[in-house]
Design a protein around this ligand. Structure first.
Ligand code: NAP
Length: 459
């Protein structure tokens, strides 16, 4: 039986890896999720056959309650709230790893069973630190994405206070690993780790959340892998390592997209928000009617469309592609430019455009397209804000300073579709909207795309 369990774990691990591989393209990303899901179901079922397991009732109850909550919430969640949901589920993974560590450490303290040697104890403590920080940090990230925590929280001597909590957490962890486990020290250790996760995440404001979310994703994977060693569970080790590696790569990509080094993200003035970022911008916003915007685009040679979070809110992807097809029929060269942190989760815009059927050869990354704006007649910004804010180039005090942006302002004309004066995620004013060559097309993204379609039809 033990061999059979190992074989199933191996197959499950292979399915995780192959599933991840299939997620690399929107063409077969759905299959990838199914493959990995089948692997997860197989690993869960075979776990019931591990010798000397008790608590079957609790295991089944946990699976029913967990799956029930996940099923209902995943069915109900709006597409625009998906990033929060991912942050929450990610946090649960870290929390689960930490809970395993807590149980093993308590068993050690009460001499119920000893873990197999010092290495296992060290890994349990390490996994507990990482999992707990990732758990409470992800909950704060959830609150920020949900809009419950809009401002970055700062207080005097914050860095020193954080350092103190960090030192306490490491100190109590080292005590547990090398001196001995006792229940009150275990409690102190977890309280400090929970507090550190919160303290580390609350000061992060502006647009740095993508880096944080991917970092916690990587940390959760690592915590699960460490606890896999503790439980001697191959599937957990492999799945955790895969998530840890994928999350690390994603963190690097997101850090690159924000133009921050990882060490700056971890130890620097991480996402510090300065009031100078709120400085007012000169000029005025000039509105335009949809019919005039339609004329501008229909008679252009080249139009680049820049989607952002507002496209997801308005669910305007189908309409904007319908409009693009009209323009293409009129001989206009239409391209889509995607910023790596546009929307609220990595790949958010790619998913929406793929859903609408936009061909992949019309979709370009920032690096591929940024030099083309100089020769573009119209840059159509729909629901994007931070990713086209020129202040990232000009104002060193801005929270998004240094972040590469899409050079929409270099186009001959810019049309911005948004509902009103709403700020972007980082909460700062956008100089692009006040620029001489920019016209504001006020309204909901889908409704405005509809009006543009009508406008082009009537020409
Ligand atoms: P953004 O800066 O959040 O701006 C979105 C804009 O869309 C708003 O200014 C809003 O203005 C407009 N909008 C909202 N609903 C709309 C609707 N129904 N129709 C038309 N417009 C609508 O978006 P972004 O340029 O995509 O930038 C993404 C931001 O999120 C970055 O700061 C990024 O760092 C952050 N972030 C990204 C991720 C990620 O992984 N991609 C994760 C977390 C955070 P109105 O209210 O006036 O309409």
């Amino acid at each position: 039986m033990a061999n059979l369990i190992e074989v199933v774990y191996f197959v499950a691990a292979a399915l995780f890896i192959l599933g991840l591989k299939r997620m690399s393209s929107p063409r077969h990303a759905r299959d990838g999720i199914v493959w990995a899901g089948v692997g997860m179901v197989a690993a869960t079922i075979v776990t019931f056959f591990i010798p000397d397991l008790h608590n079957f009732g609790l295991m089944i109850a946990a699976i029913i309650i967990g799956s029930g909550i996940a099923f209902v919430s995943a069915k109900r969640v709006a597409m625009t709230d998906m990033p929060q949901m991912i942050a929450l589920y990610n946090g649960m993974g870290g929390g689960a790893a930490a809970a395993i560590a807590a149980v093993e450490l308590i068993k050690l303290a009460t001499h119920e069973t000893a873990m197999h040697g010092q290495v296992a104890i060290n890994l349990a403590v390490l996994g507990a630190v990482i999992g707990t920080v990732s758990f409470s940090g992800s909950l704060v990230a959830f609150a920020k994405l949900q809009g419950w925590l809009r401002k970055a929280l700062r207080f005097p001597y914050q860095q020193a206070f954080n350092l103190l909590v960090f030192a306490g957490m490491i100190g109590s962890g080292v005590y547990l690993a090398f001196v001995g486990a006792d229940v009150s020290m275990i409690a102190l250790f977890f309280v400090l780790a929970l507090a550190f996760g919160v303290l580390m995440t609350v000061p992060i404001g502006g647009a740095d959340m993508p880096v944080v979310i991917s970092l916690y994703n990587a940390l959760t994977g690592l915590a699960v892998a460490f606890e896999g060693f503790v439980l001697n569970n191959a599937a957990m080790i492999i799945a955790g390592t895969v998530v840890g590696a994928a999350g690390t790569l994603l963190t690097q990509l997101m850090a690159k997209a924000m133009n921050r080094s990882l060490s700056n993200v971890l130890f620097g003035s991480f996402g510090a928000v300065s009031s100078a970022g709120d400085e007012s911008v000169e000029g005025s916003m000039k509105p335009i009617e949809a019919s005039d915007a339609a004329v501008m685009m229909a008679f252009a040679e080249k139009v680049i469309i820049i989607p952002g979070y507002g496209l997801a809110v308005a669910q305007a992807q189908h309409k904007i592609w319908e409009m693009s097809k009209q323009l293409i029929e009129n001989g206009v060269d239409v391209k889509f430019a995607i910023h790596p942190v546009a929307g609220r989760m990595p790949g958010h815009m790619n998913v929406l455009l793929a859903e609408a059927g936009v061909p992949y050869d019309r979709i370009f990354d920032l690096d591929e397209i940024n030099d083309e704006f100089n020769t573009t007649d119209v840059a159509l910004v729909i629901g994007a804000n931070d990713v086209v804010n020129p202040v990232a180039r000009t104002n060193p005090d801005s929270p998004i300073y240094g972040m590469p942006i899409l050079n929409a302002d270099y186009a001959k004309n810019v049309i911005v579709i948004k509902r009103g004066q709403g700020a972007g995620f980082s909460g700062i004013e956008n100089a692009l909207f006040y620029s001489d060559n920019t016209r504001m097309l006020y309204g909901d993204g889908q409704e405005m795309a509809n009006q543009l379609i009508q406008g082009i039809k009537e020409l």
